[in-house]
Ligand binder design. Sequence first.
Ligand SMILES: C[S@@+](CC[C@H](N)C(=O)[O-])C[C@H]1O[C@@H](n2cnc3c(N)ncnc32)[C@H](O)[C@@H]1O
Length: 216
Amino acid sequence: MHDQQPGPTEWNEGRHGVGPWEGTLPDDAHFDPELLANGDRRNVVDAYRYWTREAIVADIDTRRHSLHIAIENFENDANIGTVVRTANAFAVNTVHIVGRRRWNRRGAMVTDRYQHLEHHDTVTELMAWAREHEIAVVAIDNTPGSVPLETAQLPERCLLLFGQEGPGVTAEAQESAEMTCSIAQFGSTRSINAGVAAGIAMHTWIRQHADLSRAW
Ligand SMILES: C[S@@+](CC[C@H](N)C(=O)[O-])C[C@H]1O[C@@H](n2cnc3c(N)ncnc32)[C@H](O)[C@@H]1O
């Protein structure tokens, strides 16, 4: 349903993007005739200007990373949009939502349109999916026994699992995960925001496994 609603990117119309195509119209199937005619105000990198959504997703699909993200959503966590936006930026394979189907898309800034999303009712289902696809699950939380993310070697075929504000990653998920990694803290707060923690952990994987010569 959010497809019909103007998102934050569209609210900034006029400040971003490009106007109607100038000169001879390209007839390549990547291009969207409507965007060529009216301009492209979307928050997409220049290489994708005037491209259809389907063409953009197909192009990212050719070079998505072997990194998956999962976030528990048993209490409708407000951070999921941020997680999805960051996952899009890092060409994460799929974002898995565990628990409730509904989540607040505002923070995603429309990036969910270009990101594969999958839903699992329970942690058990997510873990079975990961086993079936031979992807190692690493929980991210600062619970006793966790391994410092700063020095951990993350698996290349990896699913990083995040918890919610309040409860954190469920005990069931941590027990089934290969390991739990914590992000070092030095101040007074018990924890950082889950969306921020997800960004740090995704970037840790990127630093270990991504081909940086292919970044924009
Ligand atoms: C706000 S935390 C809540 C749980 C936390 N264990 C606590 O005791 O308050 C929500 C989620 O953010 C992530 N997170 C926050 N701070 C973290 C840290 N220092 N290390 C690893 N993950 C963290 C985890 O995924 C966690 O489940």
